[in-house]
Design a binder for this molecule. Structure first.
Ligand SMILES: [Zn+2]
Length: 458
């Protein structure tokens, strides 16, 4: 058993001094008073540091990191849909080596920013013309391999993509994504699981999956993630096809339950929010991508207001366990930016402060940290996201001596002014993968990704 002894430990919603975190292999053995450490205990002191649970990035498309700086502004009319065409061109320009190299770049940036787990919503399956590779799971394995090289824990959310949309002809730019049947998708999840990969299922959206596909997924055991209500056009198409809005189309198929994660949920109506609340399903928001794409904002204030006035549903998990964050298109990779945006968006929309009101002065900051950690772990079904006995030893040491935090109340300062530059050390499963801001394979990973991306521009 080893002990980490920082200045502060994030535990039970607060930063607490005088605590040591005991690590036993890949897990946290306990949190003990620093005064009670046994004589001769193996102690690593972390002066000037606060130890947080590692952040969980519950929604990522790693290859889209290759779009950074190319699509943030274009000349002329631009929208989510024109951005998507640019994204598809990149998706079709990457060979397996390129997918692996760009994924490693995204994962490297994640661990440097304090993410220790990623839910990779993986929809590049086949060669650009739609032909399966000799190993039908080639690209999924490349992504997993990139994660393992970096050291980030990955949950591979295997996407199901059956069609371009209701009543639409197949889109030649989407051939890499398509599977012929829902059983093909389920078979892929089984194969990946059999090789030790942590797998979830991701029916891409109501646009990409017809109702019979969704029903075929109702027996899947494990997390189910789907894009829901990201764009008004998707909701209109769902109403035309099903007479139901997207979350209710998923619910009709039996998928909306604990373990279901509605990604984005940008434009839900009150009935959909009520369904989310009643079923124990969760939402994953991706604020910096939603800002970049002009999607809109997740209506935190409306979700919170559901529980007001009446008693909250009995045994309902707290909101912090049912919200998570993702960096999605990787316009930026910064857990601090994502968590604070949840509250700041709501302030911008409602014109008031403390939308997510808490009595404790650190309560709001703590709740947002929990969304970024425990909420993401719940979304991916992994035993991480908190500093407690038995949890996986996924930890981040942040710098309390940096200018952004000095002279400030530390926890709110970390949430409302924090940035990846504060992250100094990162442990995944008890293994330190970032040491004093340095990852051992950084130079090689950056160089390989730059070469792969240069090839896509040729
Ligand atoms: Zn997405």
């Amino acid at each position: 058993v080893r002990h980490l002894l920082p200045d502060q430990v994030f535990q039970d919603g607060a930063l607490r001094p005088g605590l040591a975190v005991a690590l036993d292999g890949a897990c946290i053995a306990g949190v003990v008073s620093a005064d009670a450490l046994p004589h001769g205990a193996e102690i690593e002191r972390l002066p000037g540091r606060a130890l947080l649970p590692g952040f969980v990035n519950a929604h990522s498309h790693a290859f889209q990191r290759g779009l950074r700086g190319h699509v943030q502004h274009t000349v002329g009319a631009d929208s989510f849909w024109t951005w998507r065409d640019r994204m598809y061109r990149l998706a079709n320009a990457l060979d397996p080596d390129g997918v692996e190299a760009v994924s490693a770049l995204a994962f490297l940036e994640m661990v440097r920013a304090g993410f220790t787990t990623v839910g990779e919503f993986h929809y590049l399956q086949h060669a650009p013309d739609g032909t399966p590779y000799a190993d039908p799971d080639e690209l999924a394995r490349r992504v997993v391999s990139a994660a393992r090289r970096v050291g980030i824990h990955i949950v591979l959310l295997r996407v199901a993509y059956g069609r371009a949309g209701f009543g639409l002809d197949p889109n030649p730019l989407q051939r890499r994504f398509y599977d012929a049947t829902p059983d093909d998708v389920l078979a892929a999840t089984e194969r990946l699981r059999a090789t030790g990969v942590n797998v979830g299922l991701a029916p891409h959206s109501v646009r990409a999956c017809p109702a019979d596909w969704l029903r075929a997924f109702s027996t899947f055991e494990g997390p189910i993630h789907a894009h829901v209500d990201e764009q008004p056009a998707e909701i209109e198409a769902s109403l035309r096809e099903h007479g139901r809005r997207p979350l209710h189309a998923f619910a009709d198929a039996g998928l909306v339950r604990p373990g279901f994660v509605a990604v984005h949920l940008t434009h839900p109506d009150d009935a959909e929010l009520g369904t989310l609340d009643e079923t124990g399903a969760a939402a994953c928001v991706c604020p910096t991508t939603e800002l970049d794409l002009g999607d809109g904002f997740f209506p935190l204030e409306r979700l919170l207001s559901l529980g007001r006035g009446g008693a909250p549903p009995r045994n309902a998990p707290p909101v912090t366990a049912r919200l998570s964050i993702g960096t999605d298109s990787h316009a930026q990779i910064d857990p601090f930016a994502e968590i604070r945006a949840i509250e700041l968006h709501a302030r911008a929309v409602t014109g008031r402060r403390n939308v997510w009101a808490h009595a404790d002065p650190d309560g709001l900051a703590a709740a947002l940290i929990e969304v970024g950690t425990a909420g993401g772990a719940a979304a991916l079904g992994v035993g991480a996201g908190r500093i407690a006995p038995g949890a996986r030893a996924d930890l981040v040491a942040v710098d309390l001596t940096a200018p952004a935090v000095r002279g400030a109340r530390p926890l709110p300062a970390l949430v409302f002014a924090g940035h990846p530059g504060l992250v100094r050390d990162v442990w995944v499963g008890g293994r330190r993968i970032v040491d004093a801001g340095v990852h051992p394979f950084e130079g090689a990973i950056l160089a390989e990704a730059e070469r792969a991306l240069a090839r896509t521009e040729a």
